[in-house]
Ligand binder design. Sequence first.
Ligand code: 5GP
Ligand code: MN
Length: 346
Amino acid sequence: MQNLEQFQALLSTPKRVVITTHHKPDADALGSSLGLAGYLKQYNHQVTVITPTDYPTFLNWMEGNNEVVVFTNTGMETKAAELVADADIIFCLDFSSLDRINQLGELVRASSAKKVLIDHHRNPEDFAQFVEWDVEAAATAQLIYRLLCAMGDREKITPAIADCLYAGIMTDTGSFRHSNTSKEVHLVVAELIDLGANVNRVSQLIYDNGSLDRLRFMGYALSERLEVLPQYSTAYIAISAEDLMRFQIKTGDTEGLVNYALSIEGVCFAALITEREDGVKLSLRSVGDFSVSDLASKHFNGGGHKNAAGGRSDKSFTETLAYFESLLPQYQSLLDTTNQLQNAHV
Ligand code: 5GP
Ligand code: MN
């Protein structure tokens, strides 16, 4: 952070703090938020984490989860709006533009609070007075760790905070497998373990805590809904609203599914296209230099990272599938090159 001294001065007396994060928070979004909240509370700041929507139940173990204000929960909108309007400082974690937090975005923009952006997504919007942004960072949790250390507060990271931050780094690196798994990631994680993160417990709570319905749904999606287009080195899984209903799919149940499509030999680009209540959602993954963030921002009002991005479509589900397929020919040569480079590495 460039103006770290000013930031520290701001935090030197107790403040009303709101921490918010993106739509459908994942482990990095919620872990960073609750980790930071746990830290700030030690300095007697009055801290509330507000999420724009609900999030998967496999994140409920995080310390502070019970106090999270979920904007879309009944009766919470007014409370959240008041907290945002009255805040002295608003932290925006793990998203780079205010449209990622739905109606909360305009409330945050209108608040006179000082804004702090801590994030690792591409194309950050210029709305914050304090910024800890690094597109090279694997996770926002890594940036929280970096910031706390820069403020000389490594020792304030309790085992519960370390668990939250570890969860964010573990999931955003795909369990230390994605191309964002740097030396710094391993060094930070080693420090978090030193500070009390329980690696085995966190991974069980996140990965081994699903319902039977979810597992059966995964099997169904892979056997019935996976389309492979070898000529484009592409695979996609299309899930209709009816599919979601049939398996009683809840928030978070589809997480990880898109990676199976990417695991097929020769596939460089994978998509999960889901017919949700609020429109069609796309979850995109790639390998090498093929940027799904560019593709998402160009065609699906979205963005994210080079190899992991998301977006949405206002077309119908079937129209979206046709549109998605119709885009592939223009990416043919990029996909061919990516595929060749991947093979060259084998
Ligand atoms: P996922 O596919 O797991 O939902 O998201 C992959 C990455 O893309 C995450 O870093 C997520 O924050 C980002 N992302 C997902 N959906 C959107 C979207 O609609 N807009 C933008 N800008 N980013 C998204
Ligand atoms: Mn993240």
